[in-house]
Design a protein around this ligand. Sequence first.
Ligand code: CTP
Length: 430
Amino acid sequence: KEDTEDVKDLMFERLPKRLINLLRLLGEYGEELNMPVYVVGGFVRDLLLGIENFDVDIVVEGDGLEYAKYVAKQLEATMVSYEKFLTASIFFKDGYRIDIATARTEYYERPAELPLVDISTIKKDLYRRDFTINAMAIKLNLGNFGVLYDFFGSRDDLNKGIIRVLHKLSFIEDPTRIIRAVRFEQRFGFNIEKSTLELLERTLEEGYLEKVTGQRVRQELEKILEEKKPLDAIKRLANLKILNHIFAKTYYTKVMEEKLKRLFAGFQELEKIYGQINKFYCVLRILLEFYDEQTLKEVVKKYGIPKKFADDLKVTEKKVGFVKEMVEKRVKFSELYKILGKPVSETAAHIVAYLDREDRKYLFDYLRRVFNTKLEKVSGNMVIKKYNLKASPLIGKIMNELFCKKLDNPEIDEIEELDKLVAKYFGGVK
Ligand code: CTP
């Protein structure tokens, strides 16, 4: 049949031996339970594209939960099942995981509130998916191992570089697909096909994206930020006016784009300094800049962002221009410290978005210095004891000044400098 093609050789050629063995076993178990078993979705797409992808999504025609249980037992792995959805995940001892689903068409609500998933064939299961390129399956059962099922022209679209929905209601059924379309388009350098684009725009204009929970939109945006070229995707979201349907008061301009560009250029260095950073929050710092307080409050609530985010944003917004000037003038670290202190990662990112390459370097130097500088020989108690002083805010002031001196010059002799400071504030060493 023309819907199928043997891709066994391709699998042997492109997949690691261990993965092939696993897929073979998964097919064998399907055979033993008399259930057709397929690997589907992104895995198949990437196999054909020659892109590494070890995320195995399995679909079973039959009882996926029974199959998952059997697999877990045979492979001595752990199974976690989501009965409601007839899906399960299998966790291997080394942390590797595969997902197993029951082929299905739709959910139906019973009067008794028990959601029922209609068990179906692989073709119907693939038909309810997002785009043709994600709607292929490869059979794993012994006799048919490596047979590719392509019912909807997926290979054609893959070859032509086209993102196409499978049916007219796709975006309405799941408006997050509007964002996904852009993500896949930009990831692969594809194009959203013309009538798909029309459907996308119509769904957008009719306000469907606004109906999606903030949590789900946020997840899709976070996925975009994990892509190799997130800025291209954001640009496309802006050009297609999708961004306006997510953040109603964000006006994407050349200036904003420059900020984002500098921000993305700074991420790697920021992660070296701060460890893992929340890219989503950092990008929001730019997208939500200069929002009025009320709207900002609403956005923050919708997307489940901590309230502190809004407060920090407002504070940074006010001083970022000033900090930029200071950095450009290469003021002493101690001067920057008075304004910036030890900024949280998102505040640092916010400032990074305003700085050109060399200026960013100076800011990074500052951050490294400020997080690495510690007074080693001097503490508040030590000062009090050594000079026989009473506890007072003045002690804190001295400590702070000493810290600032060390920021500017890590080589100072702490004790020597301390003597000078005590002399300055208390009129001589006692
Ligand atoms: N899917 C869908 N509609 C969505 C999300 C997912 O139809 N809104 C389907 C797609 O067919 C997709 C599969 O579920 O292939 C798995 O989703 P996901 O893991 O998000 O996507 P992948 O295609 O695996 O993409 P990635 O390479 O980014 O992991």
